[in-house]
Design a protein around this ligand. Structure first.
Ligand code: NAD
Length: 367
């Protein structure tokens, strides 16, 4: 079984998104139809190459006239200007042409870095994504944001560059570590909160059956990707509604910053952030019970307790978030489940109470 949809049709760009266990046939057909007898530049996460290199070489080799494989070291530190330069130099050595497609195979790190290389090489070559983490399948491969980090902050150097297509093949997830599944799960829960609360029950069932690829996960990935695509289509250049995708993230980014990147994963921080955002919504009178996220709390085990008495610092970090405007913290809150709204919020008492509620309710692994 597989699912496919188109996004961006009738706009200046269009992308196709497919998810299924294995999609090599449609990858081949798409490649031939779109690029003819082309060469392919494959930028792949080193770990994914170690685990799935044989399959990748065989399948890409059958689909394109010639394939050049370039590996990216695993980990966030690869999203750097120096790695972008290294990759661009290596791509240049292979004499790419304007029409030579670049395929990014890996998680969000590889997708963002390779996407930025594709956006800048010869002022833009065609981009294909083959996401291999849950997060990349439901989030980073969709929407066209590419980029690298800068010493001044995360994702500060980048460009919008829409992929021609995304092929999310769930067989890759067989080798994904549990912590990475949980990381991506936070984004799936976010989509349930901001657009489709019926998903909560289905996510609980899927998680209850374990973190291994299945038609149930395929369905959840498909529906999550669709939600992201719909929101992006409504606001491709991030002028308004796309901010909804930051539900839980203003809190989460502050926690990641205070904890030091790497001590608490993005998903762990965003999960706590969503509990706080639900509580803040509730405190503003919305019929949103933050307890709805409770069944997922046992999955998120991080040293949260270490930061529970640092709420004033966390609020200061929120004020420094790059999405802050006129020094006012802007939060994505819910009017009800499935109905988000961007709210300027000066009530630091309320924000503090939301943080304290979240810390009281979350598990904490011993410091
Ligand atoms: P990641 O790319 O670092 O992957 C996580 C880990 O999983 C890495 O160690 C990687 O080697 C490993 N891995 C990948 N696929 C695997 C597989 N199939 N089997 C085993 N291991 C595998 O991290 P991520 O969580 O996928 O992405 C995070 C990045 O995405 C961040 O840099 C974030 O800024 C970015 N992001 C971008 C967007 C966007 O719109 N562009 C949206 C959300 C997040």
């Amino acid at each position: 079984m597989s699912h496919t949809f188109e996004l961006g049709a009738e706009r200046r760009w269009s992308s196709r998104y497919s998810v299924g266990e294995r999609l090599w046939d449609s990858f081949r057909t798409f490649g031939r139809d779109r690029y003819g007898d082309a060469r392919l530049m494959v930028v792949v996460d080193e770990k994914v190459m170690r685990l799935h290199g044989e399959t990748l070489e065989a399948e890409c080799g059958e689909s394109f006239r010639e394939c050049v494989f370039l590996q990216v070291p695993e980990g966030e530190s690869s999203k750097s200007v120096s790695q972008w330069k290294r990759l661009t130099d290596a791509l240049m050595e292979n004499s790419p042409e304007r029409g030579t497609p670049l395929l990014a195979v890996g998680g969000g790190v590889t997708g963002d870095l390779a996407g930025f290389a594709a956006a800048t090489l010869l002022r833009g070559v065609p981009l294909l994504h083959m996401p291999t983490t849950l997060l990349a399948m439901v989030d980073s491969s969709i929407g066209g944001k590419t980029g690298v980090n800068h010493p001044a902050g995360k994702n500060l150097v980048g460009a919008f560059h829409q992929p021609d297509a995304v092929f999310a093949q769930t067989f890759f997830l067989e080798t994904l570590e549990r912590r990475e599944w949980i990381n991506g799960l936070a984004e799936v829960l976010k989509y349930a909160a901001i657009r489709e609360p019926q998903l909560f029950g289905e996510i609980e069932e899927a998680a209850g059956q374990g973190f291994v690829p299945s038609p149930r996960w395929e369905d959840l990935i498909h529906r999550s990707a669709r939600i992201k695509a719909e929101i992006v289509e409504e606001d491709a250049l991030e002028k308004g509604r796309r901010a909804w995708l930051n539900f839980g993230h203003t809190f989460g980014h502050a926690l990641e910053k205070i904890a030091g990147y790497g001590n608490i994963s993005h998903g762990e921080a965003v999960f706590l952030g969503m509990i706080a955002a639900c509580r803040a919504s509730e405190l503003r009178g919305a019929p949103v019970d933050a307890g709805r996220l409770e069944p997922f709390i046992p999955l998120y085990r991080a040293p949260y307790g270490r930061y529970a008495d640092r709420v004033p610092e966390l609020i200061e970090a929120m004020k420094r978030d790059k999405k802050v405007k006129d020094h006012t913290i802007r939060l994505v809150l819910l009017d009800r489940w499935g109905e988000p709204r961007l709210v300027p919020c000066e009530d630091e008492e309320l924000i503090g109470e939301a943080w304290r509620y979240a810390f009281r309710n979350i598990n904490s692994t011993p410091a």
